[in-house]
Design a protein around this ligand. Structure first.
Ligand SMILES: *Cc1c(COP(=O)(O)O)cnc(C)c1O
Length: 382
């Protein structure tokens, strides 16, 4: 029997972008064209994304962070307003709330889905609450019907942090094709990438116009040389170089999502029904309809403060890469200084300490999944 956990095999990273030759050639064409900043490729990418999201307006940006900040600004959210989000996300999700001068409020996660617990979200609403930022961790949406019922009931704006959920859906509808603001990231590890970048789905052309101003210094132009600045904007535009990568990636979205779902299914098949009992670890929710399987994350059995570091080191020794997504935001120094601390969100704190991300990317093979599972089993099952 071959030992597929052999350290002599090449290192299997937990994530890796796949850029095909046609995309590389398209980037070369942009570089030779004489127009490399925002131009025809950005317009084409936005038009394709808008078509994908049922004709809703879409604007592109240079990150999936400024998209959320700009959505909050369009919604008029600022000092004195509270915005509720999850403590288990990339820190960007909460940072943008502080960035616009509003107050971040956290609600603990559901330990099964690892997404924000909507009961706790509802309980955290106060008269100052103006918006909610749900996060679809690993690409698994929350209960979208319930989310929007809460938003309607309390008259709240929703900025969906769908950074990880490009290609995900809810009851047959694409994430992004419905709802309020929907923010996507095209950072290098995401299911489709532009190197760095993001897109925001908006509700109408008025919001889209405002988004265009916020992404480029507040400028609006008219006629041959008409120019005005009536809001304070930043410098957040996507370049045609990035958009050319995005167009090449987006052309492959159905295959990317299907392959990730197949890899996830194979993970479950390889771990088998006895894995959780034998290892003490917890597998993710086995959803193959809604999730785009951006990440495949397991929760380790608790063996003290060094549990995850030890596991990650042992996996690396077997030449299998891992990551962790995420350390709880409310325990970072910046947030402790705002009054947050240990014990406030127990599920987030436990999962933030014990979650580990296994390899999952488009170029992975079923044999790579088997290798990752064999490595996990060799460490966790005695
Ligand atoms: C990647 C990510 C972001 C930030 O996206 P950037 O494009 O890196 O700014 C925000 N939230 C979540 C959940 C993410 O995964």
């Amino acid at each position: 029997m071959t030992n597929i956990t052999s350290p002599s095999l090449p290192f299997l990273p937990f994530s890796k972008p796949t850029i095909d030759e046609a995309t590389i050639a398209a980037v070369g064409d942009v570089l030779r064209s004489g127009w490399i900043t925002s131009g025809p490729k950005v317009q084409a990418f936005e038009a394709q994304l808008s078509g994908y999201f049922g004709g809703r307006p879409v604007r592109t940006f240079n990150s999936g962070t400024c998209t959320m900040e700009i959505a909050l600004r369009i919604a008029g959210i600022g000092p004195g307003d509270e915005v509720i989000t999850t403590p288990v996300s990339w820190v960007a999700t909460a940072n943008v709330i502080i960035e616009v001068g509003a107050t971040p409020v956290f609600a603990d996660i559901d330990p099964i889905t690892r997404n924000i617990d909507l009961d706790k979200l509802e309980a955290a609403i106060t008269p100052r609450t103006k918006a909610i930022i749900p996060v679809y961790l690993s690409g698994l949406p929350v209960d979208m019907d319930r989310l929007y019922a809460i938003a309607r009931q309390y008259n709240l704006r929703v900025v969906e942090d769908a950074a990880q959920a490009f290609g995900s859906s809810w009851k047959g509808q694409r994430i992004g094709a419905f709802g309020d603001f929907v923010s996507f990231s095209f950072q290098a590890n995401k299911n489709i990438t532009t190197g760095e970048g993001g897109a925001l789905v908006l509700n109408n052309l008025e919001e889209a116009k405002l988004a265009e101003k916020f992404r480029l210094q507040g400028v609006s132009r008219s006629g041959v040389d008409g120019i005005d600045v009536d809001v304070l904007g930043g410098k957040y535009n996507m370049s045609d170089i990035m958009a050319a990568i995005g167009l090449g990636q987006f052309a492959n979205i159905e295959a990317i999502t299907a392959h990730r779902r197949a890899l996830a299914r194979h993970y479950f098949a390889q771990f088998g029904s006895g894995f959780e009992a034998a290892s003490g670890a917890q597998l993710p929710v086995a959803d193959f309809d809604n999730s785009n399987w951006h990440l495949f994350q397991i929760i380790l059995p608790d063996q003290g403060p060094d549990t995850r570091a030890t596991f990650m080191r042992q996996m690396a020794e077997l030449n299998v890469g891992t990551g962790f997504h995420y350390a709880p935001i409310h325990l970072f120094s910046l947030y402790r200084a705002r009054g947050f601390g240990e014990g406030m969100f127990p599920h987030a704190e436990k999962i933030g300490r014990l979650t580990v991300t296994l390899p999952m990317f488009y170029a992975m093979t079923l044999a790579d999944v088997e290798r990752a599972v064999a490595a996990v089993n060799s460490i966790l099952i005695k």
